[in-house]
Design a protein. Structure first.
Length: 225
């Protein structure tokens, strides 16, 4: 991971140190920011070397949502939101904006590290493979998606959900099965999280969005017809 950094953004110095200590112990290099404005400045100066961002929601100057919106205008870097609020609506709001993971405080640093490692493993070890599904072209190595030759922007979670549907083409998948396989950990939120992601993916796929079928009482299925 030479020259690669994880950016830790939190206005609490103790929290930054706690996260940093655990990640450094695992061999990661860390950049820090104490507020939203500093976060954007650090990100802009190091955007080619930042592989993941841990972003607190409640901060002075600019809150986490504002930072997230600005970063998502130019980057698909994986982002884990840290918040003291565990409200379901907050979580759904975060996913709508392009959050890849969502962790409520207080949390176990070991669990946080495990999720960081899982995301980095998925994003950095993609297989070298390009496949076409009825005009939807997926480049596994570059983690990019094109629709009729035109690239579309997907968050990490949207990309993984789409790929999971594609890998199980013509198979009806329950929401529970999707949560277990795409979210990759015990998720206790509402299944509307999936519905929210599917809605965004369909919109981004345009006319090809119709390939994602809603299976009433079950979940979803990708089918080219």
């Amino acid at each position: 991971m030479v020259n690669d950094y994880i950016l830790v953004v939190d206005d609490e110095q103790r929290m930054r140190k706690l996260i940093k200590d655990f990640l450094v112990a695992k061999g990661y290099s860390i950049l820090e920011a104490a507020d939203g404005e500093e976060a954007l400045k650090v990100f802009e100066e190091n955007k080619n070397h930042i592989v993941l961002i841990l972003l607190d929601v409640m901060m002075p100057k600019l809150d986490g949502w504002s930072v997230l919106r600005q970063i998502r205008q130019t980057s698909k870097v994986p982002i884990i939101m840290l918040t003291a609020r565990g409200e379901e609506q907050d979580e759904l709001f975060g996913f709508e904006l392009g959050v890849d993971e969502y962790i409520s405080k207080p949390f176990s640093p070991k669990i946080l590290v495990a999720r960081v490692e899982a995301i980095l493993k998925r994003t950095q070890n993609a297989s070298n493979e390009v496949k076409d599904y009825g005009g939807i072209e997926v480049d596994r190595e570059g983690r990019t998606v094109k629709v009729d030759g035109k690239p579309i922007e997907l968050s990490l979670r949207e990309y993984e959900l789409l790929v999971y549907l594609l890998n199980n083409e013509n198979i009806a998948l329950s929401r529970d099965k999707i949560l277990n396989n795409v979210w990759n950990y015990d998720y206790y939120g509402d299944s509307r999280t999936i519905d929210s992601h599917i809605k965004k993916i369909r919109h981004k796929l345009g006319k090809k969005g119709k390939y994602i079928k809603t299976m009433r009482g079950v979940g979803y299925k990708f089918e080219v017809k």
